[in-house]
Design a protein around this ligand. Structure first.
Ligand SMILES: Cc1cc2nc3c(=O)[nH]c(=O)nc-3n(C[C@H](O)[C@H](O)[C@H](O)COP(=O)(O)OP(=O)(O)OC[C@H]3O[C@@H](n4cnc5c(N)ncnc54)[C@H](O)[C@@H]3O)c2cc1C
Length: 432
């Protein structure tokens, strides 16, 4: 049980706002570094996106690399290299986390695939793999169709190959978040749930604390914002948008080898088709999936309807979403298609212009950020560790995070589309 008893006097060295994977990890490493830390959360630990994710452990998040392609925010090779270092550091950290936290975080290295369903898609994926390996050597390779069929028969025969990482896989986000929270609490972290932060407290130009429904909390050395999709409620000037995402789980199946999977598909004449068989110029939709240890498969992606910005923080799922994702599951998870989708949920992923989180100091003295991690299973544990190092060691970190500087968009004007989904946002950014 997490112990929510805490001191009456609300004075700390550091306050961390938001108890998702990013906030819990940040709070853990700061507490471990000797700071007296308070972790403030609107609801429960891991109740935001972190408790709603598929648990895919991905070195390269497919949607992110896609967002970066084209337009002003295309990632340079130098940034790709730096981002890969953080991602590889994240996977290495996950590998040792069960031991560090004394709790199994269920990191199963069952691989990840981005599957090609046409020759054109296979050629694009191959090009991407070659480029990634030129820029930064990883274990990511292109797998031939026969290898994919052999490793993962669930996808049937109609495939043209896949991007594959054997050290990707799945993990349990609840165990990671609660592992950090429990671990830190044992050494002094104080956790305040149902304590929404309403605003920051400034003294002259310095952030000295936060106002909450339980009064003011003060911090001697700083406040770390780990609010992800809710960042704009406190700091509207930073371009982190909520982006609603759905999850569906199948009934239990005989255990099948199911990797962390990404598939791009289209819609033509009301039918689900491969991404190259839809109308020319239409952007493909993405469906992700992960497997659970007990045989359930989780799939998901964008909702079917276009929503306004504030609707992206809603958590409802509609019948039309079930119908779309049911049809997608039947088409691509060929050997499991008799299974039904039995439950659904929704959460808000953060969307940033270049697909990368904002980690480091802000323009406000003593205000730090670890927010906007889209690929949270791999990124949040390591960005939490790195922002803690940054605060504890005067800006020095074991892996460079300068490219994640929260001020990198300063001066850029965004006029976000009134209604959007991922494709609308990418389309908007690619024109800049
Ligand atoms: C359906 C879905 C599937 C996903 N699948 C994957 C996947 O398979 N693999 C992967 O790596 N990533 C996945 N993601 C993304 C992943 O969930 C995020 O990258 C990750 O959870 C981000 O963690 P976070 O701590 O930054 O944000 P969050 O977990 O969203 O944490 C932010 C916290 O801030 C709290 N908060 C809000 N307002 C306030 C306030 N005013 N005061 C205090 N606290 C506040 C919220 O309640 C929340 O707990 C998925 C996301 C969704 C929604």
């Amino acid at each position: 049980m997490i112990n929510y008893k805490h001191s009456i006097k609300k004075e700390f060295d550091i306050i961390v706002v938001g108890a998702g994977l990013a906030g819990c990890s940040t709070a853990y490493y700061l507490t471990k570094g000797g700071m007296k830390v308070a972790l403030l959360e609107l609801r429960e630990v891991c109740s935001g996106a972190s408790g709603r994710m598929g648990g895919q452990v991905l070195e390269l998040e497919p949607a992110t690399s896609e967002a970066a392609a084209g337009g002003k925010y295309t990632l340079s090779d130098e940034v790709i290299r730096k981002k890969s270092r953080v991602a590889l550091g994240g996977k290495a950290l996950l590998s040792s986390l069960s031991e560090e936290l004394g709790l199994d975080v269920e990191y199963v290295k069952n691989g990840s695939v981005v599957i090609a369903y046409s020759k054109e898609e296979a050629d694009e994926i191959k090009k991407g793999v070659e480029h990634q390996n030129e820029v930064y050597k990883t274990d990511i390779v292109f797998l031939s169709p026969s290898r994919v069929r052999k490793l993962y028969p669930v996808f049937g025969n109609n495939i043209y190959g896949a991007r594959y990482s054997k050290t990707d896989g799945n993990a349990n986000p609840f165990r990671i978040a609660y592992g950090f929270a429990y671990g830190a609490q044992k050494i002094g972290l104080e956790i305040f749930t149902y304590t929404p932060v309403k605003s920051l407290i400034f003294k002259n130009d310095k952030v000295t604390g936060v106002k909450t429904n339980k009064g003011a909390f003060y911090a001697r050395f700083g406040v770390v914002i780990a609010l992800s999709s809710w960042t704009k409620n406190i700091l509207p000037e930073y371009p982190i948008l909520p982006w609603k995402h759905l999850g569906f789980v199948t009934e239990q199946l005989p255990i099948l080898p199911v990797p962390a999977t990404d598939i791009y598909y289209g819609i033509a004449d009301g039918k689900i088709v491969d991404s190259h068989s839809q109308k020319k110029g239409s952007m493909p939709f993405r469906v992700y999936s992960g497997s659970q240890k007990d045989g359930n498969i989780v799939i998901g992606g964008d909702p079917v309807r276009l929503l306004k910005m504030e609707d992206h923080l809603t958590e409802d799922v509609h019948l039309e979403d079930f119908i779309r994702y049911g049809a997608v599951f039947n088409k691509f998870w060929v050997k499991a298609k008799s299974a039904s989708l039995i439950r659904a949920w929704a959460g808000a992923l953060p969307f940033t212009p270049d697909g990368m989180p904002l980690v480091g100091s802000t323009k406000y003295k003593n205000l730090y950020m670890n927010s906007g991690n889209v690929n949270g299973c791999v990124f949040c544990p390591i960005t939490g560790k790195l922002i803690a190092e940054y605060i504890l060691n005067n800006g020095k970190t074991s892996i460079p995070i300068d490219f994640l500087n929260p001020e990198r968009f300063e001066g850029d004007k965004f006029e976000w589309p009134e209604k959007y989904d991922y494709n609308t946002l990418v389309d908007y950014l690619s024109k800049k």
